[in-house]
Design a protein around this ligand. Structure first.
Ligand SMILES: NC(=O)c1ccc[n+]([C@@H]2O[C@H](COP(=O)([O-])OP(=O)(O)OC[C@H]3O[C@@H](n4cnc5c(N)ncnc54)[C@H](O)[C@@H]3O)[C@@H](O)[C@H]2O)c1
Ligand SMILES: O=C(O)C[C@H](O)C(=O)O
Length: 332
């Protein structure tokens, strides 16, 4: 029995993500939780003729039931950006939402994999980990910041500049975090391609600020939802392939707690950070191996240095939110 729970399932990401997860025969129960409308989304999806049972859970009183027995919990709950906002501006509202969902996971499904989509990911992942640490149920192998959209965008944008680069089957490693300058695509690792310095600069900028492109185009109606659903489903299915089916050699870039994770010593020492996104091999218990940062070009070294500076503050903000005590979730 593989139960996957989507928290925020009625939202812009939650609905298409749930639809994509409904296609997977790795999932036997898809539980959809939201503070509104999850019953309707669940009824609708439940008519699709695939193997999983779908249940809807609306409101805080139904959260425990939604989470009980979960193998994996995916969290796209919270508010998205509008033009002019940074992801960090979302902290005020989303930090409390993510904290409360993490607390419910600690109580109802302490061994579940937790996949955090809600922004700002650089801070919400530390929030989840701190809540689980406080509850004595933290396993660093089981908590992931979903940065797959940066990888998806990288493949797409590189293929638009280099048509011989097939976007579906070629992956680009993206390290750092998930916001602007903390997103560092390692274009030097694409060994089959060569780029001019101008191409590197333009591509790096587009990947770092791809989210802003969508926020601007949606003009007040939110941020990336459909591409994020595709990216979120890709990461969730990759984790299920590794953990349920026992498939080996699956590597995805993701933002994880470094200390205590297999293979993470090098990145822990070289970044000096508690959390960092990099290529991770997935396995039966989640993180099987954190891959060491490869040799970086001079430009990439400088980008990583800038990312580290920004990540330090983002991480401390998330940790302090739990350590120093935080009130109820607030409004924007
Ligand atoms: N990691 C990434 O790459 C990435 C990409 C895109 C968006 N995001 C983030 O994902 C989040 C969701 O974006 P969206 O476009 O789906 O927003 P949305 O407003 O369309 O949907 C959010 C959903 O969360 C629900 N929700 C609010 N509080 C909740 C709670 N306490 N428990 C459960 N559900 C709750 C809302 O009812 C809503 O249905 C935002 O924070 C956004 O910034 C992350
Ligand atoms: O840009 C955003 O706010 C949403 C998301 O983080 C993205 O990268 O599209």
């Amino acid at each position: 029995m593989v139960k996957v729970v989507v928290c925020g399932a009625a939202g812009g990401i939650g609905q298409p993500l749930s639809l994509l997860l409904k296609q997977s025969d790795l999932i036997s129960h898809l539980a959809l939780y939201d503070i509104v409308n999850a019953a309707g989304v669940a009824a609708d999806l439940s008519h699709i003729n695939t193997v999983s049972k779908v249940t809807g859970h609306v409101g805080k009183d139904s959260l425990a039931e939604a989470l009980r027995g979960a193998h994996t919990v995916v969290i796209p709950a919270g508010v998205p950006r509008r033009p002019g906002m940074t992801r960090d501006d979302l902290f005020k509202v989303n930090a409390g939402i993510v904290r409360d969902l993490a607390q419910a996971c600690a109580e109802n499904c302490p061994k579940a994999f937790i996949l955090v989509i809600s922004n700002p990911v650089n801070s919400t992942v530390p929030i989840v980990c701190e809540v689980l640490k406080k509850a004595n149920v933290f396993d660093p192998r089981r908590v992931f910041g979903v940065t797959t959209l940066d990888v998806v965008r990288s493949s797409t944008f590189v293929s638009q500049v280099k048509p011989q680069f097939e976007p579906h089957s070629n992956r680009v490693t993206v390290v750092g975090g998930h916001s602007g300058a903390t997103i560092v695509p390692l274009l030097s690792q694409i060994k089959q391609l060569s780029f001019t310095p101008e191409e590197i600069k333009a591509l790096t900028h587009r990947i770092q600020f791809g989210g802003d492109e969508v926020v601007k185009a949606k003009d007040g109606a939110g941020s990336a939802t459909l591409s994020m659903a595709a990216a979120g489903a890709r990461f969730t299915i990759a984790l299920l392939e590794a953990s349920v089916r026992g498939k080996r050699g699956i590597v995805e870039s993701t933002y994880v707690h470094l200390a205590g994770n297999p293979g993470a010593e090098w990145n822990l020492r070289s970044t000096g950070l508690e959390y960092f996104a990099q290529d991770v091999e997935l396995g039966p218990d989640g993180v099987a191996n954190v891959l060491a940062l490869p040799n970086l070009s001079a430009e990439e070294q400088s980008l990583v240095k800038t990312a580290i500076g920004e990540l330090k503050g983002n991480i401390a903000k998330g940790i302090n939110f739990i350590k120093e005590g935080s009130g109820p979730a607030s409004k924007l």
